[in-house]
Design a protein around this ligand. Structure first.
Ligand code: CAA
Length: 259
């Protein structure tokens, strides 16, 4: 990967988008690297949580690359949108949880990338927004859909129609992020949250992600059936036996084995 710095710390993977000359803006190469990142994470059974952030102190991702987009035709624009949407959907449906640690500007495609993650936390310097209508386009990597699902259609429409950016405290107030940290405490907080998640039974955590994501698309009667099936499947795992056994024997459970 040319534009993603990838490291592993035990069961946690950390990926930093790294294209400093354009504030980590998403051009086709970065989108391809994101596909490779997904492949890398899928191939490594040890990884239980992925943390996604931007390299440097200024930007998470300052949007899709405006230089690359400026001369697109209608068909090319649609294809570029699909390229972004496809890889963001792969991130959203990764079996393991993904935490966006938003360390600065998260504009346009950057805000959209953070919204394809399961959990968003940010630095107090972070800025969010969908500036697209100010550039003559719509959001193109899922912003019209995920922002309205996350913060409700009224607030999403205000942000998208006005193209006005918001700061971290406002993002927290409207529920776009779960927590705000001083810049230098953001990555430690993201890693701590990732480690907390990684200590829980991984099959159960993955089942929760599927139940929430797939259930949200369905009427409640069908959604609860997904939960029932996944709940039942946990009783075939060694980790459930250990977790409940440890409780009943009044001891700490052994580290979960992902079995
Ligand atoms: N695409 C391409 N290059 C970008 C970029 C982007 N989205 N954002 C920043 N850059 C580049 C700048 O052109 C500049 O390059 P040069 O040094 O070669 O001139 C470099 O990054 C640094 O940026 P600035 O000098 O502008 O930095 P600043 O601190 O003055 O401003 C900023 C920071 C407010 C984030 C500003 O860069 C900005 O407004 N960027 C564009 C944000 C934007 O509109 N994003 C949405 C894009 S559309 C989209 O994402 C569509 C979609 O949904 C798929």
């Amino acid at each position: 990967m040319t534009h993603i710095l990838f490291t592993k710390k035990g069961q946690i993977a950390i990926a930093l988008i790294d294209r400093p000359k354009a504030l980590n803006a998403l051009n086709s190469e970065v989108l391809e690297d994101l596909n490779t990142l997904v492949d890398t994470v899928l191939a490594d059974e040890e990884i239980r949580v992925l943390v996604l952030s931007g390299s440097g102190e200024k930007a998470f991702v300052a949007g899709a690359d405006i230089g690359e987009m400026s001369d697109l035709t209608k068909a090319e624009g649609e294809a570029f949108g699909k390229k972004g949407n496809d890889v963001f959907r792969r991130i959203e449906t990764l079996p393991i949880p993904v935490i966006a640690a938003v360390n600065g500007y998260a504009l346009g495609g950057g805000c959209e990338l953070s919204m394809a993650c399961d959990i968003r936390i940010c630095a107090d310097t972070a800025v969010f927004g969908q500036p697209e209508t100010g550039l003559g386009i719509t959001p193109g990597f899922g912003g019209t859909q995920r922002l309205s699902r996350l913060v409700g259609p009224g607030m999403a429409k205000q942000l998208i129609y006005s193209a006005k950016n918001i700061k971290a405290d406002e993002a927290l107030r409207i529920g776009l992020v779960n927590a705000v940290y001083p810049q230098d405490e953001l990555m430690p907080a993201a890693e701590k949250l990732a480690e907390t998640i990684a200590r829980n039974a991984p099959i159960a955590v993955r089942a929760c992600k599927r139940a929430i994501n797939e259930g949200l698309e369905l009427p409640m009667d069908e959604a609860v059936q997904i939960e029932e099936e996944l709940f039942g499947s946990c009783f075939e795992t060694a980790d459930q036996k250990e977790g409940m056994g440890a409780f009943l024997e009044k001891r700490r459970h052994e580290p979960y084995q992902n079995r």
